[in-house]
Design a binder for this molecule. Structure first.
Ligand code: NAD
Ligand code: DAO
Ligand code: ZN
Length: 368
């Protein structure tokens, strides 16, 4: 069949809207019509050329929601008309990683997904016979996609696609880091570095679990008002503070119980660790730093009880946890609507990237 998609032909070039050939689903695969997709910082990271694993030509996008159109042989858990969210972190429930119950990093299709291919090591997308690569196993900048069954979360059918697409990455990454990775408890003091599409979701989850102080740190003072709306109690402007770590330690009587780095900057990663309380403070790295970057601290920071952890997709097991997060949105427990600041048709997707780069948007959503 044919599908309309935004193609990334090479790093640094704007996306172009084109008609693409899409092969139907093979064994264990599902054809999905994407109804809406968010534009995430990580799409820009890859498109800019900064991502050392970025490969082209490809169809980017990993924050979508849509409807099952057809299923390939052997698909058991999904059928036509089911509403789904594609998962860049699948959940096969059979691999060593899934069975460990210690991680959400399912590895069953990792190697082909990383090469922009389906599990049989081929692409379903092509233009005039030239293969176009998949991206993060999702490629939600295409109106129709083919995805392995294990990389689709089935969600309730009354949830609006133009909001729940954000659960495909940003919401789950931020909310999950608080609930599943850090397991923040009521009364804890929490610090969030970076008040963008991820950090604001960390803030709303910290409020949801009953955190005491929720301190936000950002260079952009325009982020303060939105962060307060989501539960931030104190703001530190990193561009005017003489010492962000000292400010946090004095606000929290010795340091944060939990900090979250939502920027992708190794300097703020160090600050996020070192503002944690001696003996028990945990710092969660969410931001993706530039290729080759390294983090550092004095090892005595760890000897004296601080813990440095990472979180991918919020530690969420996609097929299990994403439907629950959709329920929380539908029950009014989490706010997505105010984070979606811009809506665009696919033809204007490049404007979505410009809005992100200028800091004007929190999330732009493309509506098909
Ligand atoms: P964003 O651009 O929306 O937000 C980043 C915020 O950080 C902005 O408000 C910016 O003003 C602020 N900032 C930048 N430099 C700063 C500094 N030195 N000090 C203080 N504030 C600073 O980005 P986002 O969409 O929220 O993504 C944040 C990071 O999370 C990115 O690196 C992204 O790639 C990563 N990410 C990780 C995962 C994961 O699973 N671990 C998933 C999605 C995104
Ligand atoms: O198992 O090695 C692996 C893949 C891990 C993928 C984790 C992705 C999280 C960071 C990228 C941001 C995604 C939007
Ligand atoms: Zn697995």
């Amino acid at each position: 069949m044919k599908t309309k998609a935004a193609i990334a032909w090479k790093a640094g070039a704007p996306l172009t809207i084109e008609e693409v050939d899409l092969e139907g689903p093979k064994e264990g695969e599902v054809l999905v019509e994407i109804k809406a997709t968010g534009i995430c910082h990580t799409d820009y990271y890859t498109l800019s050329g900064a991502d050392p694993e970025g490969i082209f030509p490809a169809i980017l996008g990993h924050e979508g929601a849509g409807v099952v159109v057809d299923v390939g042989p052997g698909v058991k858990s999904l059928r036509k008309d089911d509403h789904v969210i594609p998962l860049y972190t699948p959940e096969c429930r059979q691999c060593k990683f899934c069975l460990s119950q210690k991680t959400n990093l399912c590895q069953s299709i990792r190697s082909t997904q990383g090469r922009g291919l389906m599990p049989d090591a081929t692409s379903r997308f092509s233009i005039k016979g030239q293969p176009i690569l998949h991206y993060m196993g999702t490629s939600t900048f295409s109106n129709y996609i083919v995805v392995p069954e294990i990389a689709l979360a089935k969600v309730r059918s009354d949830a609006p696609f133009d909001k729940i697409c954000y659960i495909g990455c940003g919401v789950t990454t931020g909310v999950g880091a608080v609930l599943f990775t850090a397991k923040v408890e009521a009364g804890a003091n929490v610090v969030v570095f970076g008040l963008g599409g991820i950090g604001l979701n960390v803030i709303q989850a910290a409020r949801m679990v009953g955190a005491d102080k929720i301190i936000g740190v950002d260079l952009n003072p325009a982020r303060e008002a939105m962060a307060r709306k989501f539960g931030m109690t104190h703001f530190i402007n990193a561009s005017t503070s003489a010492n962000v770590v000292d400010d946090i330690i004095s606000l929290t009587d010795g340091g944060a119980d939990y900090s979250f780095e939502c920027i992708g900057n190794v300097t703020t990663m160090r600050q996020a660790l070192e503002c944690c309380h001696k003996g028990w403070g945990q710092s969660i790295v969410i931001g993706v730093a530039p290729g080759g970057a390294e983090i550092s601290t004095r090892p005595f920071q760890l000897v004296t009880g601080r813990v440095w952890k990472g979180s991918a997709f919020g530690g969420a097991r996609g097929r299990t946890d994403v439907p629950k997060i959709v329920d929380w949105y539908m029950e009014g427990k989490i706010n997505i609507d105010d984070l979606i600041t811009h809506r665009l048709p696919l033809e204007r997707i490049n404007e979505g990237f410009d809005l992100m780069k200028s800091g004007e948007s929190i999330r732009s959503v493309v509506i098909y």
